[in-house]
Structures are given as C-alpha cells and as structure tokens.
Write a protein that binds this ligand. Structure first.
Ligand code: SF4
Length: 371
C-alpha cells in the first residue's frame, strides 16, 4: 500500500501569509446539460459585472494590497471575455492586490471560445496555466453532455495551449450515458499526450439541469465506478500521480490554487456565488448576478475551532498527503480507526486515503461530518 502512496513527511509547501485569489466570471454562451455552476447565458451584463468586481476588490484592498500566492479565473466561461475586458480585469487585480508574489495563475477556458489572442494575452500577463474543459474526446458523449464543442475543436484548443507555452490542465467527465471503457481510455490517452494536469470528474446531475429530465433517475454513481478505477490504474502508469480524489499530475505540476483550498488557506473570492475564507470566517457572496450587481451583502459565517478542524480534516483527506495527526480531533481519529483499515494509509505523523479510500471518499466524509 505504501508503495502506491509514498507519503511525504511534511505537508505540501504553501505560503501561509499569502492569499489565493479566485474570480468568478459568471457568463456562458449556453448552459451545458449537466451544469449546476452559477452562470447566466449571454454577455449582456459583462461591463456591469466588471464594475462590481472592481468595487469588491477595492473593499478587500482598503487596508493595503493583499499579497497573493495564486490566482484562478474560473466560471462560467472566462474565455467569453474580450481582450479589452481581460485587460480591465487584470488591471483591477493588479491595482488591488500584490501580484509580485504569485507563483501560479490559471485561466479556465472552453475549447469553442479560446483563441490564440487570449493565449498570447494570458502569457504576456504572467498567467502560467490554462484549465481546459475538454470533458470527452468522443463526439457522441459531448453531444449527450450538451457541450458546444466537438472533439476536433477540443484537440485544436489543446494544441493551441501547448504551443503557447502555458501549462495545460484538462477536465474530463466519466459516467456519461453511453460511455465505454474504450472511449474513456481514448479520451484519457489523448489528454495525457498534451496536458501536464488532468482532472477527472464523475457526472452528477442535480434536479433542474437540462440533462435531468432524460437521465436524472439513473444510477450514474454506480456506472461511474469502473471508469474511476480505470483512471486510477492508467494515469499513474504514465507519470500522472493521483494527488487528490479527482486530480492527477506528475509531481511538481499539482494545482497550487486548489491545494490552498484543501489546506484551508486564506482565499479571496470575487464575483457572484464566490466564497472567500480567511481566519476562520467564510464570506459567501450573493448567489446571483442580480444580487451581486445590486451590492447585496455577503453572508458571513464564523467557524468554531471544532468546525474548522472537521473541515480541515475532510479537505486534507482529499489529498494524497492526508491529514496531520497532530491536532486531529480525537473523535475523528477514533472514527477512522473504526473504518476498514484498507481505506487508509497510516504513518506516525499522518493519515491519508488509500486508492480504495479515494474511491469511497464520499462515504468516509459523511461519517466524519456526522460526528
Ligand atoms: S461552460 Fe462550464 S460553467 Fe458554463 S454551462 Fe458549461 S459547464 Fe457550466
């Protein structure tokens, strides 16, 4: 077991005095069939949103520019913004935050809206990564997901990112109705050729998403299990170590921004539905664009030390580094000791999920949350 998951003796190195910045770009050309992220269709309100992001960023910088370690522009579809709008957004970030300490900056992109001009702009502005929503390289699966792109445009976008010199991360979805191990293998191998980071997500459908009517009652969880196992088998054999429940990368290419979330580090999040976290306080921005543009207050939630400890344990257990035993609540350690031991890897200092544990993560977390 330890051979599969060599545990470092220390936690991953993240500066604790720096914040991570997330900006939510809540615009999409059309809703994908499975999507429950917050976004609106069309670009009608882009300039009003930019104005509101500017106001929100200014509030954060009232006491001085906050030093950043990572930046992540997500959505929605950030590549729906024009270069002029990108210029305004990056100017807002530079005016309000200290970006001299940034070690990683990521932009999410969709294959149908990413252009060479976007990539040249991102590169010139100091971005280091593009996270591309490939989802599948099979046309009929992409049609089932109601995506706007086909496999050809996904491959084209992957090549564009690769030749731009930016690091490429690709998102893939498994458990798609009609998907086979053969098509999954094809998608995995194609992204491995270009990407230095791969995220594999199980298709889940919330009531109300466009695919719900046709597929909502199906047991997608069950049908996804074999695909997940296959990714756990194939990707590490090609150098992509599983470093988190959904994420695979060669050592050194882990997404530092997401590691900040799993390490419960401080995050400033701008935009509608974005959630900031600092010093044990969570601030949830208004969920809708209307509320955000109207200047509605963020919801403030102060976590008790116990709540913070439970959250940190759950978040850290998502990663291959696991949770430190020092400071771990005794009831969590006891609950873990009562679960099947092959779900975990134990060292004197840390507890992490085994490969099997990663497959059954949801059941493990619900045990811990229920304490
Ligand atoms: S592009 Fe992303 S955020 Fe937009 S609808 Fe599709 S999945 Fe949702």
């Amino acid at each position: 077991m330890l051979r599969d998951y060599p545990l470092p003796t220390t936690h991953y190195p993240l500066p604790t005095t720096h914040y991570s910045l997330y900006v939510h770009v809540p615009f999409c050309e059309r809703k994908c069939g499975y999507c429950s992220f917050y976004s609106v269709t069309g670009r009608e309100h882009v300039s009003a949103w930019l104005g509101a992001v500017d106001r929100e960023a200014s509030r954060w910088s009232m006491a001085g520019k906050i030093p950043l370690s990572t930046i992540y522009i997500g959505g929605g579809t950030p590549t729906l913004l024009t270069l002029k709008e990108w210029d305004s957004l990056t100017a807002i970030i530079r005016q309000n935050f200290d970006t001299s300490t940034v070690t990683e900056a990521t932009c999410e992109a969709n294959p149908n809206s990413l252009t060479p001009e976007h990539l040249a702009f991102l590169k010139a502005s100091g971005f280091t990564r593009v996270s591309l929503g490939v989802q599948s390289l099979n046309d009929s699966e992409l049609a089932t997901l109601v995506r706007l792109h086909d496999s050809r445009s996904a491959r084209n976008a992957m090549s564009l990112v690769k030749s731009s010199g930016l690091n490429l991360s690709c998102d893939l979805i498994f458990g798609i109705p009609g998907q086979t191990l053969r098509t999954w293998d094809y998608s995995l191998r194609a992204v491995m050729e270009c990407a230095s980071h791969i995220s594999c997500y199980q298709l889940t459908l919330e009531p109300g998403v466009p695919m719900w009517e046709k597929w909502g009652g199906d047991d997608l969880n069950y049908s996804g299990y074999k695909f997940y196992r296959y990714a756990q088998y194939l990707l590490p054999r090609h150098g992509f170590a599983q470093y988190e429940v959904s994420n695979f990368a060669p050592p050194g290419h882990e997404c530092r921004h997401n590691l900040a979330y799993w390490n419960h580090s401080d995050v400033v999040a701008l935009g509608p539905s974005a959630v900031s976290y600092a010093d044990g306080v969570r601030l949830a921005n208004p969920r809708t664009l209307e509320g955000y543009l109207a200047g509605d207050e963020a919801e403030r939630e102060e976590l008790s030390p116990r709540e913070s400890a439970v959250e940190l344990a759950i978040l850290s257990l998502r990663t291959k580094w696991g949770v430190s035993r020092e400071g771990l609540l005794p009831e969590i350690e006891r609950a873990i000791s009562e679960m099947p031991p092959d779900l975990f890897v134990f060292t004197p200092e840390r507890i992490a999920l085994s490969r099997r544990g990663m497959r059954l993560g949801n059941a493990i977390w619900s045990e811990i949350i229920g304490l």
